[in-house]
Design a protein. Structure first.
Length: 233
């Protein structure tokens, strides 16, 4: 039987592309987020603002069926220097990118006997500090450490779950459009991101969605922390 695929953030970008791919492959897909425009008889939607942890805590997973959780939803946040902005403008970034991931991963893995898989979409920003992205870099670095630590804990206990924190590289999604609209005086890497787009160096969401599907299908070949370019289709 095909697993249920839970995906956060299916309104656009990579999340929507992954939802469509897994539906095409015959999976039941459950989207979690604020909105969507997917119409398919195997698609269900749980409405949730991931920046509101009370809403996140209310999410219940099916513990009886084989299932995969893809923590995809992400927020780049304010594209300016941390000391020039209010701290509060960064808090949603940590909540959506890190705290919601922790809450959902716990709800998905705790109290189930079944082997389960969790893939969190990380970023190169987890290991590279980019001025203007302090909260985003911190949130993705935290997610990498979180996913790897929980994997080690599962291994210690002999729990069969697999956890992955997968860095996708630069993808042609609305998030990149938002990055390119930053103020050049506040975001010093702006020309780099404009150049990547002008030189057609962005990867398509379709190819990255396929990489995630290949990772899930061949997970014994890969470590917890990985770059999706290393996944063989
Ligand atoms: N694009 C890249 O180059 C790139 C590179 C490295 C890593 N990533 C990571 O890849 C993942 C997908 O990014 P993307 O490029 O597809 O981004 P995107 O186009 O901006 O889409 C982000 C998704 O997250 C959802 N989301 C954001 N805040 C939310 C909230 N409070 N509650 C519920 N859903 C929320 C959005 O839903 P709404 O429509 O409701 O806002 C949307 O569905 C993210 O984790 C991102 O950090 C992207």
């Amino acid at each position: 039987m095909n697993e249920i695929i839970y995906i956060t953030g299916v309104s656009k970008g990579l999340g929507k592309e992954m939802a469509m791919l897994f539906l095409d492959k015959g999976h039941r897909v459950v989207g979690i987020g604020r909105s969507h425009d997917i119409s398919h008889d195997k698609f269900e939607f749980i409405s949730c603002d991931l920046a509101d942890l009370d809403q996140v805590k209310a999410i219940a997973f099916d513990h009886h069926s084989p299932a995969v959780l893809i923590n995809n939803a992400g927020l780049i946040g304010p594209l300016n220097r941390f000391l020039d902005a209010s701290v509060s403008s960064s808090l949603d970034v940590l909540t959506v990118n890190t705290l919601a991931v922790m809450q959902l991963t716990h709800a998905f893995l705790a109290n189930t006997e079944q082997k389960r898989t969790v893939v969190t979409i990380s970023s190169g920003a987890a290991t590279r500090s980019i001025p203007g992205w302090a909260a985003y870099c911190a949130s993705k670095a935290a997610v990498d450490r979180f996913m790897e630590t929980v994997q080690l804990e599962c291994d210690e206990k002999g729990w069969p779950h697999r956890l992955f924190s997968a860095s996708p590289g630069v993808i042609d999604t609305p998030m990149q459009e938002a990055i390119r609209s930053a103020n050049p005086t506040e975001f010093s890497s702006l020309t780099t991101f404009i150049g990547l787009n002008e030189n057609n160096e962005l990867q398509s969401p379709e190819e990255i969605a396929q990489k995630v599907a290949s990772l899930i299908a061949n997970q014994s070949n890969y470590p917890c922390l990985l770059h999706l370019r290393d996944v063989v289709d």
